[in-house]
Design a protein around this ligand. Structure first.
Ligand SMILES: Nc1ncnc2c1ncn2[C@@H]1O[C@H](COP(=O)(O)OP(=O)(O)O)[C@@H](O)[C@H]1O
Ligand SMILES: [Mg+2]
Length: 366
């Protein structure tokens, strides 16, 4: 299977810079997700990989072959869309066989291939039915079978699970992942759902407004986000942010402060903020699992009051505020933890869970 390399790829529609100079590579057999909000250029990128859109600039390489001018039918690509558009009057068998009929393949070979791929996707028993007689999840499998039947070397997915209900979506994402691992077909998977990207892909291209915000493994983009966009787009509940902080040194000790917050910083964090030469407009970020609620001042942390509780069965989310006007902070606690509404508590932070951003550039400082 080919590797894919995209170099400074651009697609402009008049004044709209849908894709604005992106570069990334996908290894042979790898499963990479393109993740970002609606309208950020994901589909446009996928359609350029497929050869349906011609790039405004830049290069697309499959291994060492430049693909820019190679027509779609010679790219050996399979595509799966959100709207799988099966032919309603044809049986499932005929729907899957359709791309091979167009190639005028011999009947015996078609039958063998259809049964083969139907078996992989566990839809052998549905081959005689029409699309209207099977469920949404089964229809999605048929669409996948139709993409696989030509034995593509690259698979492109565009939000293929968006039409399914939440439960089915979670089932299908595990199945698609397993299938991709078994087949080893180089795959690019477009989604706006961070949980889908995190659970399925070996690496994630995080996109915003036609540009790449970060490219890394799920663990890297979760643990070490490079900027505020990635920090808040990845993770649910999102990373907590406390904005408008100033950095000060007093009697050799370093603090992040606002009107209502006073956080003493570890020396290594303080050093990095000093190196960045930023003292105002700092943003503190930490994930809900990187804090703990305690009843007395203890180490790194700050005081806040309990706003509302959200029980989740296994966990409890404690929502807090530093002051009346501040945004909510969410902290995970074990379901047995006892706190009262409006109680003043100490939010104790794990030192390695602390991030500090520059609100002007939105880039990570620490
Ligand atoms: N054919 C087109 N003509 C003009 N503008 C387009 C076209 N396709 C997409 N766009 C614009 O390009 C941007 C990116 O679109 P798209 O790639 O579909 O985003 P995504 O798939 O991430 O939701 C959007 O602003 C969209 O309106
Ligand atoms: Mg799209």
């Amino acid at each position: 299977m080919p590797s894919i390399r995209v170099v400074n790829l651009k697609k402009y529609f008049g004044k709209v810079k849908a894709v604005d100079g992106i570069s990334f590579e996908v290894k042979d057999g790898e499963f990479v997700a393109l993740l970002g909000p609606s309208g950020c250029g994901k589909t446009t990128t996928l359609l350029m990989l497929a050869g349906i859109y011609k790039p405004t600039g830049g290069e697309i390489w499959f291994d060492d072959q430049l693909m820019n001018d190679v027509p779609p039918k010679f790219r050996e690509i399979g595509m799966v869309f959100q709207n799988y558009a099966l032919y309603p009057h044809m049986t499932i068998y005929e729907n899957i066989a359709f791309p091979l009929r167009a190639k005028k393949m011999e009947e015996g070979e078609i039958k063998k291939r259809v049964y083969d791929v139907a078996k992989k996707l566990m839809i052998e028993k549905l081959l005689d039915r029409k699309p209207g007689q099977i469920s949404g999840g089964q229809q999605q499998r048929v669409a996948l079978a139709r993409a696989l039947i030509k034995q593509p070397k690259v698979l492109l997915f565009d939000e293929p699970l968006s039409n399914l209900d939440a439960k089915l979506r979670m089932m299908m994402r595990a199945e698609i992942k397993k299938l991709q691992e078994d087949l080893g077909i180089t795959s690019v998977y477009v989604t706006h759902d961070q949980a889908e990207a995190m659970t399925m892909a070996s690496r994630i291209v995080v996109f915003n407004k036609g540009k790449i915000m970060q490219y890394g493994t799920p663990d890297e983009v979760y643990r070490n986000p490079k900027n505020l966009f990635v920090a808040t787009f990845i993770g649910n509940p999102a990373m907590n942010l406390i904005r408008n902080l100033s950095y000060i040194r007093k009697d050799g000790r370093a603090f992040l402060i606002s009107k209502s917050l006073h956080l003493e910083l570890p020396e290594d964090v303080a050093k990095k903020i000093e190196e960045a030469k930023k003292q105002e407009g700092l943003v503190l970020g930490f994930r809900p699992e990187d804090a703990e609620i305690v009843h007395e001042e203890s180490g790194l942390g700050f005081w806040a009051y309990v706003y509302v509780l959200e029980p989740l069965g296994r966990d409890l989310i404690i929502n807090l505020k530093v002051s009346e006007t501040d945004e909510l902070i969410k902290v995970f606690a074990e379901s047995g933890v006892v706190v009262d509404k409006d109680e003043k508590v100490f939010v104790k932070l794990r030192p390695e869970g602390i991030h500090v951003f520059d609100s002007e550039t939105e880039e990570l400082i620490v």
